[in-house]
Design a protein around this ligand. Structure first.
Ligand SMILES: Nc1ncnc2c1ncn2[C@@H]1O[C@H](COP(=O)(O)OP(=O)(O)O)[C@@H](O)[C@H]1O
Ligand SMILES: [Mg+2]
Length: 281
């Protein structure tokens, strides 16, 4: 287990120490090595609170946490965690190259290796053309991309991403998803917090849906989403008589045909294909 939280509870207090909000209510969470785990839920469900607790940025009111087998404030474990906060605070007067060089140096990465990783990451997050521009001139989507690159500069084993695609257009969203899948390919573990469902659906192995600080649903995405009472058979499109014969053959065999339709591509696929066409023309 890369992340293990048991009965994790967080009550925020106000200035006078009075209880204000029960943000997490005895949350159990376990994330395995090498999986992409999605933490979902509406605004205020407790996703960001969970990430901050895992990183040791705030203290739990009750409960236990182990991250990479250690308590959250352990320095050795922290060096192996990459974190993209909900809002990243980067130095506004540095450009992308300088930003990654700065954070790489903080982690004690030698200069040539820093440069190599920065080049790779800037390419991966699609900032190659903007790398010499100051971050204060970046759009929200560009800032998100450099934040992600910064979270990955130390080649962490566990990556915690809080709303990684907020503010990104579909192309940026796809690029971020590809970066996340590439991390999994290399054996990394990813905790992805999001309220955007469609993006989580395609890339997460397991999810937990939070509601008011509690887990409402959790499990493997393919189990949770499969309608097991129905079976879909996909065949090459046929029309008229062939189709009628096939359907009546199914009926003869006692299969109740509930519907026939054409599989659909996603709107995301359609959008990305339209953009590619535009570029070619
Ligand atoms: N620093 C804080 N002080 C008081 N309440 C907070 C603080 N941070 C978050 N909360 C409250 O805790 C709950 C969970 O918030 P959060 O973890 O940010 O949710 P999410 O990231 O899922 O949108 C919300 O009701 C929020 O208002
Ligand atoms: Mg949040």
């Amino acid at each position: 287990m890369v992340i293990e939280a048991k009965k994790l509870t967080k009550r925020y207090r106000d200035f006078w120490g009075r209880e204000k909000v029960l943000a997490l209510d005895a949350l159990d969470l376990s994330v395995r090595r090498g999986e992409i785990f999605g933490l979902l839920g509406p605004n205020g469900a407790g996703k960001t609170t969970t990430t901050k607790l895992l990183l040791g940025l705030i203290f739990p009111t009750a409960g236990e946490i182990r991250v990479l087998g250690r308590p959250p404030r352990d320095v050795e474990a922290k060096a192996r965690i990459g974190y993209l906060p909900e809002e990243s605070y980067l130095y506004r007067f540095l450009n992308a190259d300088e930003t990654l060089d700065f954070y790489g140096a903080l982690y004690g990465i030698p200069r040539r290796e820093r440069k190599r990783r920065a080049d790779l990451l800037i390419e991966q997050v699609g900032l190659a053309r903007a790398r010499k521009r100051r971050i204060k001139e970046y759009s929200k989507g560009m800032a998100r991309r450099i934040g992600l690159a910064q979270a990955l500069i130390a080649d962490p084993d566990l990556v915690i991403l809080d709303e990684p695609t907020s503010g990104l257009d579909p192309i940026g969203t796809r690029e971020v998803k590809d970066v996340i899948l590439a991390l999994k390919e290399r054996g990394k573990t990813v905790l992805l917090c999001s309220h955007l469902l469609s993006e989580v659906e395609r890339i997460c192995d397991r999810i937990a849906i939070l509601r008011s600080g509690r887990v409402a649903v959790s499990g493997e995405v393919k189990d949770l989403l499969a309608v097991k009472e129905e079976l879909r058979i996909t065949v090459r499109a046929t029309d008229g008589p062939a189709r009628e014969r096939a359907l009546s053959a199914l009926a003869r065999e006692g299969c109740e045909v509930l519907s026939t339709d054409h599989p659909r591509v996603t709107l995301e696929d359609l959008f990305l294909a339209a953009m590619r066409r535009e570029n070619k023309e």
